[in-house]
Ligand binder design. Sequence first.
Ligand code: BG6
Length: 479
Amino acid sequence: MHDTLLLFGATGDLSQRYLFPSLVHLWRDRLLPASLRIVAVGRQEHSDEEFRAWLRERMAAEVADDPGIVEELLARIAYVSVDLRDEAAIAAALSAYADRPSVSYLATPPDLFVPCAKGLKAAGLLEGESRLVLEKPIGRDLASARGINAALRACLDESRIFRIDHYLGKAAVQNLLALRFGNTLLEAVWQHRWIESVDIFVGETAGVDGREGYYAGYGALRDMVQNHMLQLLALIAMEPPAALDADSIRDEKRKVLRTLRPVTAADAAERTVRGRYGAGVVEGRAVKGFVHESPVETFVAVETFIDNWRWAGVPFRLVTGKRLAERATEVVVSFRPTSHWLFERPRRGRERPNRLRMRLQPDETIELGLMGSLAAPEWGALELKPMSLDLSMSASPQRRIAYERLIVDALRGNQTLFVRDDEVEAAWQWIDSIENAWSETAQPALDYPAGSWGPAEAERFLPPTNGGTHSNRTGGGQA
Ligand code: BG6
């Protein structure tokens, strides 16, 4: 396990909210090497002591019962201030750390990836066994992603590049793989003959708050669908890999991404909805709308198809939005009706299809919707009713931040949960088809009130509920 971590963007939002808390937890649990050293790199001027004081204040709540943990970690952190656009300055400031293999983590905007990588290369920090970790987004479209990937390849080999998609670090996402590939029952039905549709839904109650600058250049399609949602789709739809090693899995994911049916100007209006939240009420609190001159969307719904043998004709609906009624990430697999219907009640067509509902956030649950009988004598004829089989695992002893797992894997050199260059490019290719179709047809972002389920036009894209409508789903704070 490498013991030197250089963290670029150390005073940024991601570092404060997730990366340092993850490091604190990992240190507490003795999952990091005893010889760990962290070099925090940022633009702001700080001495080591000032940076530690700043971080101490922010990390105090992470291990409130044992403040000594934070102190131990802080003692291992040095702070280096440097202009992240200046390759020569980066090289000069960091070359002293090239004495042993390291992991450099770029928690920075994508326009800084190439200068930072070049500076690290010049400092000798990408040689031998050293590794580079990059946050999403890798570029803004296929052309810029290709440019970044090519520039990175000139600095180090793909086998040492770790592109983060933090959804892959979530335990519930790994459970999805376990469920799919560990169960004969699912193996047998996991294809178009038995599956009617797949819904992938990521609803957030949070708004864009504080990230307007970044978000205005990206929007929901590039911020969420290009990465997290397409990774979920790829794991659900890929062929079983021959082994669980990084490249076997990534080969299969890439194949799925490359068979996604592009959206065209002719079908964009039918297959997609864009939305943008206005003022409303979320979780009982009045919130403002997203106001910005950029026309980006904060909500997107897309119906797509995977044009291969396994998934022919099965719609995959992807929906995500900010400031929705409920925070929930779920995957719903709806099965086809049985071949022949024997029952009077409910009548054919009114039965509830079998569904596998995997909820990944905020709680982790797995439910299988079946039909059973109302077996009381007064009912006379056999009548069916929907039943739900709860397949949830017992609560895991400790929930971890997704980044904890990914940081350990990067220090160990395990690429399985990281995204390869060709996957990123295949995902951008499909996203570009949508962006192009939207701009050709000038598809507007439709207003929706914060605290709702998105624009009314997107209702048909929303995942099926357990019988009710979206407006009476649990937790829905309507505007
Ligand atoms: C990030 C996006 O990648 O994922 C954010 O940039 C989004 O806009 C976040 O809020 C969602 O992550 P999670 O883990 O809270 O579902």
